[in-house]
Design a protein around this ligand. Sequence first.
Ligand code: ADP
Length: 651
Amino acid sequence: MAPQSAEQKTEDGTTMNFNADVSRLLDIVANALYSNKDVFLRELISNSADACDKLRYAAISDPSLTKDDSEFKILISKDTDYRHLSVTDNGIGMSKEELIDNLGTIAKSGTANLMEQLGKTQDEKDKVNLIGQFGVGFYSSFTVSNHVEVISRKAGSDDVWLWESDGRTGFEIRPATEKEKKLLPSNRGTVVRCKIDHEASEYLIDEKLKQVIQRYSDHINVPIFLGIDESDEEPVQVNTVSAIWARSKQDIKEEEYNAFYKHITHGMDDPLHTSHWKAEGKIEYNALIYIPTLRPWDLYDPSRKHAVKLYVKRVFIADDCEGLIFPWLRFLRGVVDSEDLPLNISREMLQHNPVITRIKNGIAKRVLSDIDKLSRNDDAKFASFWGQFGAVLKEGLYDAPDHREGLLKITRFFSTHENDTLTSLEDYVSRMKDDQKEIYYISGENIETLKNSPQIEGFIARGIEVLFFTDTIDDFWLQSVIDYKGLTFKSVTKGDVDLADLDADTSPDDKKEDKDDGKSKLDEKSSALVTRLKEILEDEVGDVRYSNRMTNSAVCLVASAHDVDLRMERVLKIHQQYETQSKRILEINPDHALISVMKNMQENNESIDDAAWLLLDQAKIIQGEPISNPARFAQTMSDIMTKGLEGKAKS
Ligand code: ADP
């Protein structure tokens, strides 16, 4: 928790400054939400509904908490004379400490990260999106008010506290007066009272309030009442109170689904995809699961939990029940409501419950099948989905063998087939050469470097497709996913690849001859060059050999068949899990002019030492790796350039 920067005791209360993050964030929120002010009401209603849900759950083990007042409700009321708008609930309430912790600091990890991103973002719309992903919550009330009071009494406690703030400098907290206590409808709950700014006067008009509340509240399963002031009329209920996930799919409009999504995410975006189903059979549950449009800001934060709420028979149980969602689906939002779990199950017992495991698998299966459909029906949407969540989903390839097939079906890669176009494994296989028995890939930091790798030149020349793997996670799942439909994945930077086997325009018999010939045909001059290169570079490379992997480049480095792939080795080194440096193999292109010149030099007993080192360094540089002796590289390079340029100048 971020510390308060200053605390001052007064006679009856405490004044505290906001920490720097809160002040800055409040400023940004107020600006960014300037044209989207309705959000504050939605957020306050959502918080009240959550508070009722929490108390309903707590009352299962301690029924005395709701004994005197068992009907949960939320009331929105106003007092035009004082310009007050209040949102009142009889939910769980907050203690003094909770008021300080929940409303005085931004306790979410990653706030600093959000602030940094906001600092870099110029466009107001992008800012709104970012804040939406973060979830502004209670602070949005300062977009319509310069003075917000929160009066709260925790269920089961006698103390009533008042928290108030101008949303700028800090807040004050003190015991509520008798008059303020009367604002609470019963012996528990919370009132959030905003003094509405003049620029936001519309929130004191009944029609406006009705319209906003109705838009945001129909899916909320606590009755919401709107009090009409200046009249003795009873407040009127404005929502129908039904759990949206328990209703029939046919009766729910897209806007309702989207409104519920915003309620649970506190976000601004619409979902990319909504799945709503009822599972019946061995276990029964209703699930309403959303795929967001954008990845949550803390997707890769190790402390992030998933955000699918668990209900049991319409009663809220937990926000992030462990074991309900696979970690590789942690971006999903929504609600699962089980009919089989006992209501009084403790949260700790949940994660080991077999019903939860079944639901987890049911959700994964359904979501994967929906994504597969999306990939076939809506290219643009699917591409956007894959860009946001593809890398996370791939964690499932090693994490969840039972869902591997479903995951491999939707996994997409860039490849040498078509620029900037994703391909599925199914499509890759359909384009494979007749004799091809492996799925070729190259793994590296970015597509541009991979496209220019010497190791794939021979493949491109022969029209053999190579997949580009650029997510770090790729190197990990490849350790456990051995094959796709019986075809193994093979790194083109590893092992011996004889592309002559795959040349389309040679018959199988010719290929065999070629290959046999190739070996025996290695003439004296060629073998002499290889022998000499091995002598010169013996400390750095394990072997030197000719290869048909390249067409334009003279050399490249590969790993031997039993070593890890080149990129994997680098990744492991970063994670300090790899100590021994395996020696690479330097492959040389027999058809390259430079190699021919070197053969001649070697035959004439001229020194090829400098050229050998340059070749090795060059192979490393293309690979994006450091060279072992940069000073020697620079010296040799300038010597050879001098000779070359002198020759040019003379001629
Ligand atoms: P969020 O709702 O996203 O957690 P908020 O800033 O809206 O963020 O609220 C912070 C916390 O304050 C909530 O998580 C909740 O614990 C508490 N809170 C806010 N409003 C209420 C309320 N009406 N009753 C009880 N607790 C509340």
